[in-house]
Design a protein around this ligand. Sequence first.
Ligand code: LMR
Length: 399
Amino acid sequence: MFEHIDAYPGDPILTLNENFQKDPRANKVNLSIGIYFDDEGRLPVMQAVREAETAMLGEIGPKPYLPMAGLAQYRDAVQALVFGADGPARADGRIATVQTLGGSGALKVGADFIKRYFPDAQVWVSDPTWENHRFIFERAGFTVNTYPYYDEATGGLKFDAMLAAIDALPKRSVVLLHACCHNPTGVDLTQAQWEQLIGVLQTRELLPFVDMAYQGFGAGLDDDAFAIRELARRGVPAFVANSFSKNFSLYGERCGGLSVICDSAEAADRVLGQLTGSVRSNYSNPPTHGAKIVAKILTTPALRQSWEAELASMCERIARMRTTIHAGLAGHVPSAMLARYVDQRGMFTYTGLKAEQVDILREQHGVYVLRSGRMCVAGLNDSNVGPVATAIAKVLATA
Ligand code: LMR
């Protein structure tokens, strides 16, 4: 029966992370997966999460199914955070939002929806992009292509080439974009570049699908959502996936959202209905616990303040690790490849290390980085950053 099923080659991120857990070496360092660790190398429980969850223990009650679209209070809080509490599209009722299983769940529900209503569309992702973007859209039945994005020579953006490629796409092509903290490169568009790109998306009648998995890790909660709010303000129909895995450190709770910016409140109603149909046929309805935590924090002023302050301190720690590894590598890495450690934003630096160098780094030094060269800077801390810099310098000197 199962002879024709080939072995799963593993996932470039999650399998590597699982292999890291099995590695018996005491000095191993995990810079593979996009997870924020604190300075002691621990996965933090944010204070606001602890308080919200503790309060919820006093509210234990029946556990019915949630509606297919998710917890109403959570959906509203998602919209307010992503689009701004007073965003015009929100006030007009033009946004359809469903609760999803993390950002990946949002991408899948959105992909299924698009496949159903735009069956001939193809998908365009940045070169490179998060590996799972391709997997999700291909498995939803799409042909996935790339548009130019990262410039290896400069460690920056090939904006003109990106714009020209997108400007040449057929109408209703799906263009996958990263709102902020581009994964894997850490290279983002400026606000002026977003304005230009959004003009092209609108004129060419393309369908943007914006993934925002790192809101708050780039330029701040509001600025990170600039492109999304601009799309909404300019009335460009668009899909938006967002995730609370990283900014609430709630990875396993699978808290995300899918929002669709529509032309009218009436269209948003129909889109919302069909999104719930897509949820129903995937997993019926979403789980309750994590959504309650997030909704409570986002709607309780004291908890929200605590959450924002802690998130800001996480970003400060990442920035400090960027400057520390930058200093540690100075003189060992060509200057063009050095600047990216401080210039790139969010959790990742695209180091430029080749796959073979990454393999040596892992095998000989216990430092885990993705084979694409992506390093999760949020896994560095005061104890491991020195040894990591030394290991990279050694690998570069020999391989
Ligand atoms: C990552 O890019 O490492 C994270 O988003 C985790 C994942 O699911 O790949």
